[in-house]
Design a protein around this ligand. Structure first.
Ligand code: UDP
Ligand code: MG
Length: 336
């Protein structure tokens, strides 16, 4: 297998119900592009039959199929990172396995990349998700616009294309909790966006619970901005200024009206508000510190249990010695 032009990286977590439909659509869509390609499925520690289905599919199209089977669930973005380390294409496209991003739209991204962009994001024309998801995602999008320097119109959409240079830069990061579209954006010199279709999930349910969505958004906000911390110190200063003023006011009232004991409940309300604020601040600090802690432990970000691929000689990260052995074998074959 020569180096493909296009690598498509697809993270998969418990998607057995939808995989047959994905296989049925993605190969014709990519064959139609007329580019050399490889599809890298990353099984993110699925507990259903996804891995078995991937093995079957690998046997059907070993020429363009590669699969990484992770030993445990590492999360969508880490699964993509694993795929990035293995992919060999010049243009790398990420796609969800649930067919919410139609594979037929990949051509649009490639065409835009060929205009000279090194990052092509996509904007969903009409989002097919629940009202709550759509609304919450819009709110998070706006917050991210405010507190980071990342300018992405539709951050939740994973159908995106990256150049080899951008993916190499991402591979050099050893981040343990990250948000790939944002990370890629920080390395892109000439980003662009295209509008794409969006469909309902073909089968199964979203793999994100409300909790994991909140965690993911924390990864995005804390991973790309210190503004939440800075806002907090500003808020702290304002509160200090406010209570200073209140103190002066109380002294003046004491001098004019004498001792007063009213307003006990106002005081309670104020206290609870400030305690709440302080707890929120401590929690926010904890989010950053927790991430520092995870990062400094330097544990492996994901464990690869098996790699299904046809031609190991050109595997992205084999050692030089292996490559030499492979080249020698290759030459022997040619002579024969
Ligand atoms: N996914 C994954 N690991 C996870 C969660 C999700 O690899 O821990 C994959 C999932 O199989 C799918 C993609 O990430 O291919 C997006 O997930 P999903 O469609 O559930 O997210 P949503 O569309 O609800 O944002
Ligand atoms: Mg989805």
């Amino acid at each position: 297998m020569t180096m493909p032009t296009l690598s498509v990286v697809i993270p998969i977590y418990n998607e057995e119900a939808g995989l047959p439909a994905l296989f049925a659509r993605i190969y014709p869509a990519l064959d139609a592009l007329g580019e050399t390609y490889e599809i890298i499925y990353v099984n993110d520690g699925s507990r259903d039959r996804s891995a078995a289905l991937l093995r079957e599919q690998f046997a059907r199209r070993p020429d363009v199929t590669r699969a990484l089977l992770l030993a445990a669930n590492a999360g969508q973005h880490m699964a993509i990172m694993a795929g990035f380390e293995y992919c060999r294409g010049e243009i790398i496209v990420t796609l969800d396995a649930d067919l919410q991003n139609p594979p037929e739209e990949i051509g649009k991204l490639i065409a835009k990349m060929k205009e000279g962009h090194d990052y092509v994001g996509s904007i969903r024309k009409k989002r097919q998700d629940s009202l709550f998801r759509t609304w919450a995602s819009k709110a998070m999008n706006q917050l991210r616009e405010k507190i980071t320097r990342i300018r992405i119109t539709d951050q939740g959409n994973m159908l995106r294309a990256y150049s080899r240079g951008v993916v190499d830069a991402i591979n050099s990061c050893k981040e343990v909790a990250t948000f790939i579209p944002a990370l890629a954006y920080t390395f892109a010199r000439n980003p662009a966006e295209v509008v794409v279709e969006h469909e309902e999930r073909v089968a199964g349910d979203s793999k994100y619970s409300l909790y994991s969505l909140i965690r993911l958004n924390f990864d995005l906000m804390t991973g790309f901005s210190l503004v939440p911390l800075q806002w907090f110190s500003m808020l702290g200063m304002l509160v200090a200024l406010g209570s200073g003023t209140l103190f002066v006011l109380l002294i003046v009232r004491r001098l004019i009206f004498g001792p007063e004991a009213e307003g006990l409940f106002t005081l309670f309300a104020l206290m609870f508000f400030l305690i709440g604020l302080a707890l929120f601040g401590i929690g926010l600090l904890g989010e950053y510190i927790g991430r520092i802690y995870q990062q400094v432990r330097l544990r492996p970000r994901y464990l690869i249990e098996a790699v299904l691929e046809n031609d190991v000689s050109v595997q992205a990260n084999v050692s030089e010695a292996n490559v030499k052995v492979a080249v020698a074998a290759d030459q022997r074959q040619k002579k024969e």
